[in-house]
Write a protein that binds this ligand. Structure first.
Ligand SMILES: C[S@@+](CC[C@H](N)C(=O)[O-])C[C@H]1O[C@@H](n2cnc3c(N)ncnc32)[C@H](O)[C@@H]1O
Length: 285
């Protein structure tokens, strides 16, 4: 028998040595995943001196060895939290990021303001369907269309939509430029987290470079190629007065506002996160 506290201390050390910044959190989450406990329960069990069976310790050790190679924790557990949802994730789809929860919030607020019984939203480049499902579950009368180019990513979206979509989230596999033309001029909110990293900029974390698909990350030489395409498409999809919400990188705020203005949007505004990094644009058609 080995105590929860000892296992967490050993894992934290191993993960820190592997260069993982969130070593303690990952250790607690991994133990919780194998033992079937929440992170809060793991902390309580560690405090109480609870012991783990040898087969549980062996399973933790097996998964920890994968994490040491910098495989994302979310790929190992198969799950990623996003707002109040727990999404299925894995090979071929971007792991949804905490910063995208702010983008969801902006779109949800806009959708809640629409004075019709069934407001309509589109999520361009849906990945796991994180944004589409946040909108559909937090605005329970909304009808949401989720567009994804990659069939592999779309398979993850399909799984999550089956679990949380409530029959109101419609997945469309194809290029954002070509699909949903039947909705032109009728959409209340378009939300998107496009690829926006410049092609020659290498992300720092091995979890990103080794596992997130390039199609989800890189946005051409200046990082703005897909933002331009998606904003142009949103300008056609939205009804007059409809709201656009676009996630982007820090330092891209002025460029993205200019792209939206050129595409015919007004009231452009850049939103920052708690660390004052530029994170998202909102604009009105
Ligand atoms: C940064 S990821 C965002 C995924 C998800 N919305 C999220 O926030 O976690 C961008 C997504 O756009 C998809 N994508 C890239 N180009 C696209 C295109 N032309 N049409 C539709 N989807 C596209 C990628 O495959 C990827 O899933």
């Amino acid at each position: 028998m080995t105590s929860v506290g000892d296992v967490i201390a050993a894992l934290t050390d191993r993960f820190a040595q592997a260069g993982i910044a969130s070593a303690l959190a990952d250790a607690e989450l991994l133990v919780g995943h194998v033992a079937g406990w929440t992170r809060g329960e793991v902390a309580t069990k560690a405090f109480m001196g609870t012991e783990l069976d040898e087969d549980v310790v062996a399973r933790i050790d097996e998964l920890a060895a994968r994490r040491e190679t910098r495989e994302p924790l979310q790929h190992i557990t198969g799950e990623a939290p996003f707002r109040h949802l727990v999404l299925s994730v894995g090979e071929g789809v971007l792991v949804p990021r905490p910063e995208t929860e702010l983008v969801a919030e902006l779109a949800i607020e806009a959708l809640r303001q629409v004075p019709v019984p069934n407001p309509r939203a589109v999520d361009l480049g849906t990945g796991t369907a994180a944004l589409a499902l946040a909108l559909a579950t937090e605005v329970p009368t909304a009808e949401v269309f989720a567009v994804e180019l990659s069939p592999v990513a779309a398979a993850w979206a399909e799984r999550n939509i089956a679990r949380y979509g409530d029959g109101r989230v419609h997945l469309v596999v194809g290029d954002a430029a070509d699909v949903l033309t039947e909705l032109n001029g009728t959409v209340d909110v378009v939300v998107t987290n496009p690829p926006y990293i410049p092609d020659d900029e290498k992300p720092q974390d091995e979890e990103v470079t080794g596992y997130d698909p390039a199609l989800a990350l890189f946005g051409g030489p200046d990082g703005l190629r897909d933002i331009r395409h998606f904003i142009a498409r949103a300008a056609v999809l939205l009804r007059p007065g409809g709201t656009l919400v676009v996630e982007h990188g820090d330092g891209q705020g002025a460029d993205v506002r200019a792209i939206a203005t050129d595409a015919g949007f007004g009231m452009t505004m850049t939103h920052t996160d708690l660390l004052h990094r530029e994170r998202a644009l909102t604009a009105v058609r």
